[in-house]
Write a protein of this length. Structure first.
Lengths: 492, 242
């Protein structure tokens, strides 16, 4: 593989910038197989080196015994080593005692003689103006070799010329032109392999680089999203804290307003005429509404801050419902709304936070009364304890049904969110801050229960709360915690 | 640019950038056709089944300078489809100059603008300074109906410093003029930065002359240009294959 470096932008340099090596472009084993077939077919040795001198293929044929014999003499070994070094790493131009091969056959090829009289042909491998390596064909016995050269005779004592002649006769004898033509053919095959290899190599490398680049981009976006998410959570916490503070600060002066108004209405500041009494009563009524709203805001901010914890005790649920009903009775009476209660004969006993459960039912009833026109009907029913499929546990149901305006299906998912209004226009008919149902949901879920609505626009609504007889251990009440995947444990 | 003193080699990288189907690959195909085979390598293209560029196209152009330096100009195209943004950025790495191939059709104005912005972003991401990498704008497909008028293209030219060339790439109109312009700007920028004329004795006339004297310039505005010698007007046979 080509070495990679880092560019100005601190990235690993692309394959398009790097110099490609011959070994990058060829599949080693299949190329070696191809070279071997060439060697077997033409009975001539072939070597291929890349530009750095690394060997990609090296197959010999016929010359092994002769070369070993020569190598066994000191002088022979020295000369042989020098020839091999010249072939492998020497210049690709002909030296003094060498010559270029006939141009007409193999342009750029040089013929390198071995001191034994054998010969090699060396051809550079060029690709798109880059030198990628060299091909070496040989040794072969040129057909113009009449007799063994003197150098071979002078190799040292004990040279057996007749043995040398016998061994050299096993080396392929061929005209140089023929060897050159085979070599050109081999170079053409190699060029085809390089063309295919270059395409595959560059595209596969670039594919990896593009994937890494995409990954880097995604990681960067994830980091930004995480930072934004953390910021949003912080803002949400600040909002809850702000709401809690403001509600508290609003409630203090309101308590005084209500206290003094009550003193006025009781005549402690002197007698009031009828009109004055009516005005003071209006101040008291509106103050009451405001106080409830502030209480709701305070509740929701406490819930959001995770500060509300439920306290469970044995509770007779019907008594909670009766008490809730009595607290909305005055508003119902004002609108001439019929309140109905249906509880089972047998007592429904369960473990619950009495006050929170009561507040949840009051909120549901207050909502029902608010959205039901004059002369309508609001009913609340309680079931006996029995197996509840939604909870997969024993529990009970509380249903609050009204004959009011109803809720369109697209709002069903959202109405339990804090501050959500079905009608958020400035001219809306019904008041409220959109907190009542959010509080209901938090308290019911704090009991391990579920609450939902079944409603059609114009045909009234039915809010159903299913609660377990024995709730799970008390914990902080939360606002619709987002679903989380189970923590992935390290397996290994 | 890569300048290797050891290997006596100069490599210049030109990137053809622009929206999908604006004609980047066609530009390279035309250059490939008009260049003498001895001065160029094969045109390497990797396409999808519907002839869209998948990774890049590469056309190497080379010559030996008298100073003994081998000069290689690598012409790349980026893939134009939106999904290949990461590949575009990788291909743009180390560019010495950019030919921005815009589509002249009025309906393409938005995508031209989006890719122009994309180019600036990709340059920044690659550590390339927008004011240091010259860009030539080619308004391609001048032959199609409902394209921008010459006056509108002149307006575009006035709005920036980049040279603007009109083109019909499939007829090789404006293709070689764009190449000339982008290579000229690339040379000037590199010469300012690395003093090519001083250190490797390669001046602008030689740089452009070595390439354009090997291109069939018939029918282009460069035909008969004295700098490019007789080859530019002679009917040099060139390989028509891709």
């Amino acid at each position: 593989m080509s070495g990679s470096s880092v560019n100005e932008a601190g990235r690993t340099e692309s394959v398009l910038q790097r110099r490609t090596l011959l070994s990058d472009l060829l599949d080693g084993p299949s190329f070696a197989e191809l070279v071997k077939q060439f060697v077997d077919l033409y009975k001539i040795g072939v070597k291929v080196f890349d530009e750095s001198g690394s060997k990609l293929a090296d197959f010999r044929v016929g010359n092994g015994d002769f070369c070993s014999y020569v190598f066994s003499f000191n002088d022979g070994r020295t000369r042989c080593t020098a020839t091999v070094a010249r072939l492998k790493a020497g210049p690709l131009q002909a030296l003094d005692h060498e010559r270029s091969s006939p141009e007409a056959i193999a342009d750029g090829t040089i013929a390198v003689p071995c001191f034994t009289g054998l010969r090699y042909l060396v051809m550079p491998v060029h690709w798109e103006a880059d030198l990628l390596g060299r091909i070496i064909f040989g040794p072969f016995r040129p057909d113009d070799l009449a007799q063994l050269p003197d150098l071979l005779r002078d190799m040292g004592q004990g040279v057996d010329l007749s043995k040398a002649e016998e061994l050299i006769s096993k080396v392929r004898r061929a005209p140089e032109g023929t060897v050159a033509r085979v070599m050109v053919h081999f170079a053409q095959v190699l060029a085809t392999l390089i063309a295919a290899g270059q395409k595959t190599y560059l595209t596969s490398q670039l594919h990896i680089e593009a994937t890494l680049e995409t990954n880097r981009e995604l990681e960067e976006q994830n980091r930004k999203l995480e930072a934004l998410n953390a910021r949003l959570k912080e803002l949400d916490r600040l909002k809850s804290s702000f709401l809690a503070t403001v509600s508290h600060e609003l409630r203090t002066p309101l308590t005084s307003i209500m206290g003094y108004s009550e003193m006025l209405s009781q005549g402690l500041g002197g007698p009031l005429n009828d009109e004055q009494s009516e005005y003071v009563q209006t101040i008291l009524d509106k103050s009451e509404t405001l106080l409830k709203l502030i209480a709701s805001i305070l509740d929701i901010s406490q819930i959001e801050a995770g500060k509300v914890r439920l306290t469970f005790e044995p509770v007779e649920i019907a008594s909670v419902i009766r008490s809730s009903l009595s607290s909305v009775a005055p508003q119902a009476q004002k609108k001439n709304i019929l309140l109905q209660l249906s509880v089972p004969e047998r007592q429904t006993r369960a473990t619950a936070d009495r006050e929170k459960l009561r507040q949840a039912v009051v909120n549901l009833l207050a909502n029902a009364v608010k959205f039901t026109p004059e002369g309508g009907r609001v009913s609340v029913s309680l079931t006996e304890t029995a197996f509840q499929p939604e909870l997969e546990a024993e529990g009970y149901r509380i249903c609050v049904e009204d004959t009011g305006v109803g809720i369109a299906p697209e709002h069903h998912r959202h109405i339990f969110q804090s501050f959500y209004q079905v009608d958020s226009s400035s001219t809306r008919e019904f008041g409220g801050a959109g907190l009542g149902l959010a509080i209901v949901k938090s308290f019911v879920e704090g009991h391990g229960g579920l609450v939902w609505v079944e409603s059609e626009l114009g045909r009234g609504s039915c809010f159903i709360a299913v609660l377990p007889t024995i709730p799970p251990a008390p914990r902080s009440v939360q606002i619709s915690p987002p679903a989380k995947a189970p923590a992935d444990k390290n397996r290994f | 640019m890569q300048l290797s003193q050891a290997q006596r080699e100069l490599t210049v990288k030109i990137v053809y950038y622009g929206p999908g189907l604006s004609g980047k690959t066609t530009n390279l195909q035309m250059i490939h056709r008009r260049l003498q085979p001895s001065a160029r390598g094969r045109l390497l293209t990797v396409e999808t089944r519907d002839d869209r560029t998948l990774f890049f196209d590469l056309l190497p152009v080379f010559f030996n300078a008298t100073s003994g330096y081998r000069v290689k100009v690598k012409l790349f195209t980026v893939p134009g489809q939106i999904i290949h943004n990461a590949t575009r950025r990788v291909v743009l790495q180390g560019a010495d100059a950019v030919a921005f191939i815009a589509d002249s059709q009025r309906s393409a104005a938005d995508s031209n603008n989006a890719y122009w912005k994309n180019l600036q972003d990709d340059m920044l991401e690659n550590g390339l300074r927008v004011d240091e990498v010259p860009v030539v704008i080619q308004f391609n497909k001048r032959d199609l109906p409902d394209t921008k008028s010459d006056d509108e293209i002149e307006d575009t030219r006035q709005r920036g410093k980049e040279p603007v060339v009109g083109a019909v790439a499939i007829r090789c109109e404006g293709v070689l003029e764009t190449l000339h312009s982008v290579l000229q700007l690339a040379y000037r920028q590199l010469d300012t930065r690395s003093q090519l004329s001083k250190y490797i004795s390669l001046d602008e006339t030689t740089f452009l002359g070595q390439i354009f004297s090997r291109i069939d310039l018939r029918g282009t505005k460069l035909e008969g240009d004295e700098r490019f010698g007789a080859a530019s007007t002679s009917s040099q046979p060139t390989e028509e294959s891709k």
